[in-house]
Ligand binder design. Sequence first.
Ligand code: ZN
Ligand code: ZN
Length: 365
Amino acid sequence: MNDTRGRIAGLREAMAQADLSALLITEPCNRRYLTGFTGSAGLLLVLGDRLHLLVDSRYYEQVPREAPDLQLERVGYQPYPRLAEILKERGIAALGFEPEHVTVEGLRKMQEKLPGVAWKPVIGLASDLRTRKSAAEVAQIRRAVDLADLAMEEAYRVARPGMSERNLAWQLEVFMRERGADALAFDIIVAAGENGALPHHRASGRIIGEGEPIVVDMGCVVDGYCSDLTRTFSLGPAADSDYDRVFAIVDAANRAAVEGLIPGMTGKAGDALARDLIVAAGYGDQFGHSLGHGVGLAVHEGPRLSALADDVVLPAGAVVTVEPGIYLPGRFGVRVEDMVLLRDNGAELLTRVARPSVLPLAVQV
Ligand code: ZN
Ligand code: ZN
């Protein structure tokens, strides 16, 4: 985390544009991104010339190690008296905060504890900086992507008819944890047959049958950075005669988006690269979710690739997922999800694992 100075400079520029001299950061990924501090709690006060991090005693040792440049404020579990003191000392009357990350009760409490302060909601100042990845961040993301790729290859090897969804999910979790994952990016989804038609089914005791399409969606966290990967495959030729055709449509939609994405495009235009193809094939109503999302310190972050994102411009340096899907209730679902890096001349695929639609049972060992 040696990029934090440039990030803080970028944030201060955004603060100046918003006419803000003080900003309170409470979202953990933003706090980490701006300081290198990985703790799960703490108030980061960003001023024009100084950073104060107000933490409880769990982090008194950790802050100087991870973020030696900032002003550590040892405040226990009562941060507000010290926060009020700093604001008073510096003559600050208005304080920006992240409304998308503060609860109604959290705001009420802050207003009660700091009665003289004008609280100014500012959306996305820090989160927007995170959409453009540095080379170092891309290198870290690649490690998380590579490990998820290896885990998917493991899924191809070990998935068997007769195994439960949960059993397969557990094997993949162990696989990633044993090879350096700090954590899963989210609970692994293994969805066989009709469960695959629920885009966010997790993994149940349901037994996987021969010839059933299985959706496996998983990701890991390596040194704080996430990956996100989905493949759909059937163990032996699919029993449902529409599967091969539906798979081919989703696969083609994924490729069309990867080929067509370019920085400067809106999130809506990016989404349309895949959606138009699925709509033209007659499955528009069966693709209910958006095409993709940014991935970084959080598995879901900006920028969004969505039909609603006509105000989002995709920046060069963004890392996003491309995950079209078609879901047929009561039958099966198909989703194919890759991660790409938006370069000036187009999208570079980060995900490299193969995407077989059918695994021949005979070659499984
Ligand atoms: Zn996913
Ligand atoms: Zn995703």
